[in-house]
Design a protein around this ligand. Structure first.
Ligand code: SIN
Length: 290
């Protein structure tokens, strides 16, 4: 296996590897450390079975079962189907997954560590995924803003995002009361210290962050708006152009991503595993622990 940094702000490609075969511990340690350093891992042309996709993902941690249970791959609940395809007039997956900037499951008390998407059916045009390097975005802020947000927390909500998407598309079902109870609002530091590298990253996103705690509403909204505009400047973005059977994994502690969409008549289907993470630690808690 060869690991080669992508010529972008983030990303590393693993070459000469077949993830159907389990990596030995030494090779896996190298892969994991490259992933933690570069935040996005690309492995081209992987003829992965659902089981091999799940087994590879499990090397990084326990897997999440997504709250939208109707879109899990039958027989493989660890795989969320992301798709714009319909069978008998019904969507086979989450049609609008990631059509807004977000970090997966930031709306949970213990947000996802990473997600791994495996391409099944790709459109001839469009369908790219964009990734932001949230370490670089934090590092590029002025010192005054960094000091201000280092001590702030913000609220993340899945129900608010689902309602916004539900208002836009008839294919996004409203949450049941049980689903709402499963995803209550949570509060996280606005800056997260990466548990593996110790680097700081912005940890707010347009998708799920609804307000800043302890600031008047308009001031908090202005701060969020400014940060969300800053983090998506082109200098912090890697654009992934999908190729057949790509496996792409991203670190949700250090990135946000956006599915750019494709013309609706062109099919696009991918399977996603989501790896459980830990409770985010902000800079002040990290320095107390040090
Ligand atoms: C997602 O946010 O998990 C989906 C990303 C994509 O479809 O490109």
């Amino acid at each position: 296996m060869i690991l080669r940094d992508l010529p972008a702000v983030l990303g590393v490609e693993a070459i000469d590897v077949d993830l159907n075969q389990p990596l030995d511990d030494a090779a896996f340690a190298l892969l994991r450390s490259a992933f933690e350093r570069r935040s996005v891992l690309v492995v081209r042309d992987q003829r992965l079975t659902p089981d091999a996709h799940i087994d590879f993902s499990r090397r990084f941690g326990e897997l999440e079962i997504h709250v939208q249970k109707q879109f899990l791959l039958p027989g493989h609940p660890e795989l969320l189907v992301v798709s714009n395809e319909f069978v008998d007039g019904r969507p086979i997956g989450l049609v609008d997954a990631g059509h807004y900037w977000h970090s997966d499951l930031s709306y949970k008390a213990e947000p996802s560590l990473a997600s791994a998407l495996h391409a099944q059916v790709l459109p001839a045009e469009g369908g790219d995924t964009l990734f932001v390097d949230m370490h670089a975005a934090y590092d590029a802020l002025d010192a005054e803003t960094q000091a201000r947000i280092d001590g702030l927390t913000a609220i993340h909500s899945y129900a608010a995002r689902n309602a916004a998407q539900n208002a836009k598309t008839s294919h996004r079902p409203a949450l049941t009361e049980e689903q709402k109870r499963a995803v209550p609002e949570v509060e996280h530091p606005m800056v997260r210290v990466h548990p593996a590298t110790g680097r700081k990253a912005l940890f707010v996103n347009e998708g799920f962050t609804t307000r800043v705690v302890g600031l008047p509403e308009d001031e908090g909204a202005a701060l969020l708006q400014r940060l969300c505009a800053h983090m998506v400047e082109p200098r912090f973005i890697y654009r992934h152009r999908w190729q057949a059977r790509d496996l792409v994994m991203w670190d949700n502690r250090a990135t946000i991503h956006l599915a750019t969409g494709c013309p609706p008549h062109l099919a696009r289907t991918l399977y996603r595993t989501t790896i459980k993470g830990d409770r985010p630690t902000g800079p002040s808690a990290a320095s107390l622990a040090a």
